[in-house]
Every structure is written in structure tokens, then in C-alpha cells.
Design a binder for this molecule. Structure first.
Ligand code: SAH
Ligand code: SF4
Ligand code: F3S
Length: 484
């Protein structure tokens, strides 16, 4: 997920602040090697949900006779799946759009489409501001893409940014783009009903809705049958997953869904992201401790360690409440790794309140964090109610302090793993050497270790840790156990 370099990659991302990097927040180019017919190129920004959506889009387009290409120059349709979470994320997209527009001038007839959260946030404005954009399609309108492309080919600009209360794309089998063939994401819900005051997601993604549990199980099973060995269940707030079976009238909760996916096969690892601290239940924690293949790792964003700021952020928990949740997690799952998202310099944050965030990093002993300085987003509660009054210099200095402390805490966290042996799922070659494999332990730490004969991505091995930096674990294979 963060390649050989979990913490550092995380930190680098925070510094460039646009939440792109590898897998989690990477800009990804599609391609399956097919090159017949009309070719589309898709690039994705933002969270995993967006990457997962791009695979749905690719599937819809493939049905309509388009094939993906990794080569921008070869494509007659260029799509960019965008993120609005921070200003920087939008700036990056605008830069790419300018480049696409140059291409379009050189190759008239090329269509450029904006998908995702920026499309939803800016709507028609995008067509007006970025004159060379042909299509604007919001996250709930992807089924309409083929029709809109058709219209655009006839010279008519296309826009559909309608949000839906039902759409989950449950029946669409994603076309896995740039996949390692071992790990995959499965979207289990869409939208968000929380109203964190800093956050644009409820506006760009609409109301929360949960996907049919059977379609999730079928997707996980089909991934397993195709050699995948790890699925990450995705949602902005997975713990509030709730799907009612229309036939039996029975509701499936997230804990139940987790168990059902885990029961598909003990060799299929299950992960999930993101957990809102207010919603993660003991049932989920018990399921994690009971099932070996539910990975002992929770991404539990705190945002701030101070109760007054948390209230302004509308996170609905206090510092003490969050601390109790962390205690509970370590009590039920002693070897669980917890990671976080942190925002520095939120409206009116004082120096003492910032110190509370620093002390929370130590208290929770995060294995890693994604760290950002606050970026005001138009239309959000915070933008309407609270002045963005912490000077940029201070926001950045606080961010630097948070990053430095988290780096130390991650280093200690990793040092504590030396001498331990973990089950690792091999994901592929290490970035730095073809002689070494990389793979993650259940706690989501990337481990690099020398190859051994007969092993391939998708196999499980037991690796003993010999070395650690703040970013990487290195070890050696002590036992091979195939995936049965
Ligand atoms: N649903 C997830 C978060 C999705 S957004 C959750 O609730 O945890 C990912 C992260 O981006 C957030 O956790 C937050 O730390 C950060 N973020 C969101 N809005 C932001 C803003 N306006 N400025 C800076 N960081 C922001
Ligand atoms: Fe945004 Fe909060 Fe929803 Fe996460 S839970 S997506 S931070 S509103
Ligand atoms: Fe960005 Fe939208 Fe995800 S704003 S973080 S791509 S839900």
C-alpha cells in the first residue's frame, strides 16, 4: 500500500499535501494491454474510493467498446478522476487539465472528461472555466458516461452531476487497473452522512448508502478465485455500513459483513478503511480478534487531540472518548496497529491545543499517520462559520512538528518489531531490488526480505524482522506456508 516505505511515503504525501502517492493516493494510469478500438486513458487522484471508482468507470467503458491505454498520446478519450479534499489537490488537477488541453489542440477530436469530486463540486463552472473540457460527470453518474461521450462526439458538451440516494454500482464488476493481482479494493458503500465541518466529501459524494452484501461477497469470492489474496473493504465510514436484505428484511451490519467476507476463505485477508472513531463497535473488534484473516490494523483518524477543536470540527467525540476507544482496541486486540489522519491549524487552534494533538500521537502510538494543514473548502460548515485564522506559517510549522513526532513514534513502533515473526503476503518485487520481495504483515507494515525459490506474489510466508527504520522493516523468511 505504501510500498517499501510506509511511514515515509505517508509523510511525503502530507508534505506535498495532495494525498497522492502509491496505491492509496496515487495517480494511476490504466491499462490492460488491449489496444483495439477506441482507447481511453484514465488518471485518478484522491482517496482509494476514487481509484475504485475509476475501475468501475473502466468497466462501464469497456462494455461500451472502449479499451484502456496507459498512453496518454494514444487515447481519443482522456479522463481525470478528481479530488477536492484540499485546495492543493484541485490545483494539481487544473495543472493536468492544462496539459490535456494542449494535447487536445494538437489532436482535435480528442475528448477530455472530468470525473469525481471536482466535477461534483464545480459542476457547470468547470465547462466554463476550463473551456476545453468536454465532459463533466459526478460520482453517481458514471452509468451515463457512454451516452454523454456519444453526445460529446457529436460536438455537444456533456454534464451529469446528479447525486443519487441509491446508486452503489453493485452489479458492475470493476476492471482492475494497474493491479498487482494480489490485493484489491472493494467499495462497500458510498457517500457520507457525517458533517465534519472541514470536509467537502458530503457535498461531493452525497448521502451515505450501503451496497448489497451479496454483491460484495460475490466480488470478494471472484477476486479470490482469480488469485487475489487480500481485499480492502472501502467506505468513508465503513463502520456505519448497514444493508437491509429486501427479501428477509434483515439488516447486515459492518461486523457481520466483515465476518462473512472473512469466512469465504481463511487464505483471503480482509482489511477495511476508514473507521470513524464514533462508529467502530466492540463487535468489529471481537470479529478482528476472532478471525486470523481479518488484519489487525485500524485506520482511526483523530484529526485533532483537543476536545474544543474536535467539537468545532463536529467530530462528535472528545479527546477522552477517543483515548478510551484506543484503550479498548489495544485491550481486545493487543497487537493491533492503529494509524491516523491529523489536521494542523484548524480554525482558532491555539498552541496549547496543538500540543494536545502531539501528545495524542504518543498516547495512541500510531504506526503511521497522514498529516495535513487545514485547507478551507468553500461551502463547508467551517468555511461558513469559522474564520480560517491560523496563519499559514503557523499551520505549516505545526504540521512539521506533527510529522517529526510521528516519524519518531513510527520508528519506535518499528523497532519494537525487531525479533518478531509475521505472516506476510507477498505482493511483488521490492522497489529497490529484484532479489527481494515486498509484502505486508497484518499490521499493514511493508516488509522487504530476500526471495526464496518457488515463491511468487500471492504466497504467504513467515518473516522474521531483523532491521527497522522509521519507514521500513527488513527481515528474512523463516517458514514458507503456501496458500493451500
Ligand atoms: N472519511 C474519512 C476521511 C476522508 S478525507 C474519515 O472520516 O476519516 C481524508 C482526510 O483528509 C481526513 O481524515 C482529514 O484528515 C483530511 N482532510 C479533510 N478535509 C480537509 C481539509 N479541509 N483540510 C485539510 N485536511 C482535510
Ligand atoms: Fe469527511 Fe467526516 Fe465524512 Fe470523513 S466522516 S468523509 S472527514 S465528513
Ligand atoms: Fe477526494 Fe473525493 Fe475522496 S474529495 S478524498 S476523492 S471522496
Amino acid at each position: 500500500m505504501y510500498d517499501d516505505n510506509p511511514t515515509l511515503a505517508g509523510i511525503k504525501k502530507e508534505i506535498d499535501e495532495s494525498r497522492q502517492g502509491e496505491a492509496f493516493y496515487q495517480d494511476q494510469q490504466a491499462g490492460t494491454g488491449l489496444d483495439e478500438g477506441r482507447l481511453f486513458y484514465i488518471e485518478s487522484y484522491g482517496c482509494q474510493m476514487n481509484f475504485s471508482d475509476s475501475e468501475i468507470v473502466a468497466s462501464i467503458l469497456a462494455e461500451a467498446g472502449y479499451n484502456p491505454t496507459r498512453e496518454l498520446e494514444a487515447a481519443s478519450l482522456i479522463l481525470i478522476n478528481t479530488c477536492s479534499i484540499r485546495e492543493k489537490a484541485e490545483e494539481t488537477v487544473r495543472k493536468r487539465l492544462r496539459l490535456f488541453n494542449q494535447l487536445k489542440r494538437q489532436r482535435p477530436g480528442t475528448l477530455v472528461g472530468v470525473l469525481g469530486c471536482m466535477a461534483e463540486r464545480l459542476k457547470k463552472k468547470l465547462l466554463e472555466e476550463e473551456k476545453l473540457v468536454d465532459l463533466v460527470i459526478g460520482p453517481d453518474a458514471y452509468r451515463d458516461l457512454p451516452a454523454l461521450i456519444q453526445n460529446a462526439e457529436d460536438g455537444e458538451k456533456g454534464i451529469n452531476v446528479l447525486l443519487s440516494r441509491e446508486e452503489t454500482y453493485a452489479d458492475i464488476s470493476p476492471l482492475r487497473l494497474g493491479s498487482n493481482g494480489v490485493t484489491a479494493f472493494i467499495s462497500i458503500m458510498r457517500g457520507c452522512d457525517n458533517m465534519c465541518s472541514f470536509c467537502v466529501v458530503p457535498f461531493t459524494r452525497g448521502r451515505e448508502r450501503s451496497r448489497n452484501a451479496f454483491s460484495i461477497l460475490a466480488e470478494a469470492q471472484s477476486l479470490y478465485d482469480n488469485g487475489y489474496r487480500e481485499v480492502t473493504l472501502l467506505g468513508q465510514n465503513v463502520d456505519s455500513y448497514k444493508w437491509e436484505n429486501p427479501e428477509s428484511g434483515q439488516a447486515v451490519t459492518f461486523a457481520q459483513l466483515l465476518v462473512m467476507v472473512a469466512q469465504l476463505d481463511p487464505n483471503l485477508r480482509v482489511r477495511f478503511s476508514t473507521s470513524h472513531p464514533k462508529d467502530i463497535t466492540d463487535e468489529v473488534l471481537f470479529a478482528m480478534s476472532q478471525y486470523e484473516n481479518i488484519c489487525n490494523y485500524i485506520h482511526l483518524p483523530v484529526q485533532s487531540g483537543n476536545s474544543r477543536i474536535l467539537e468545532l470540527m463536529n467530530r462528535t467525540y472528545s479527546r477522552e472518548w477517543y483515548m478510551n476507544k484506543v484503550r479498548r482496541i489495544y485491550e481486545i486486540i493487543p497487537d493491533c496497529a492503529i494509524s491516523s489522519d491529523i489536521i494542523t491549524g484548524f480554525c482558532s487552534e491555539t498552541e496549547a491545543e496543538h500540543q494536545d494533538t502531539l501528545s495524542m500521537i504518543e498516547f495512541a502510538n500510531y504506526s503511521m499517520s497522514y498529516m495535513f494543514f487545514y485547507s478551507e473548502r468553500p461551502g463547508t460548515l467551517a468555511a461558513r462559520k469559522y474564520p480560517d485564522d491560523v496563519p499559514m506559517k503557523i499551520k505549516k510549522r505545526r504540521l512539521q512538528e506533527v510529522i517529526e513526532l510521528q516519524t519518531q513514534v513510527s520508528y519506535q513502533h518499528n523497532l519494537a518489531d525487531i525479533g518478531k515473526t509475521f505472516q506476510v503476503l507477498i505482493e511483488g518485487d521490492s522497489k529497490r531490488s529484484a532479489e527481494a520481495f515486498k509484502g505486508r504483515n497484518p499490521q499493514n507494515k511493508m516488509i522487504v526480505f530476500p526471495k526464496a525459490d518457488g515463491l511468487k506474489p500471492g504466497d504467504y510466508v513467515w518473516v522474521k524482522i531483523n532491521e527497522a527504520t522509521s519507514a521500513t522493516l527488513k527481515g528474512e523468511i523463516v517458514e514458507i506456508n503456501g496458500d493451500g
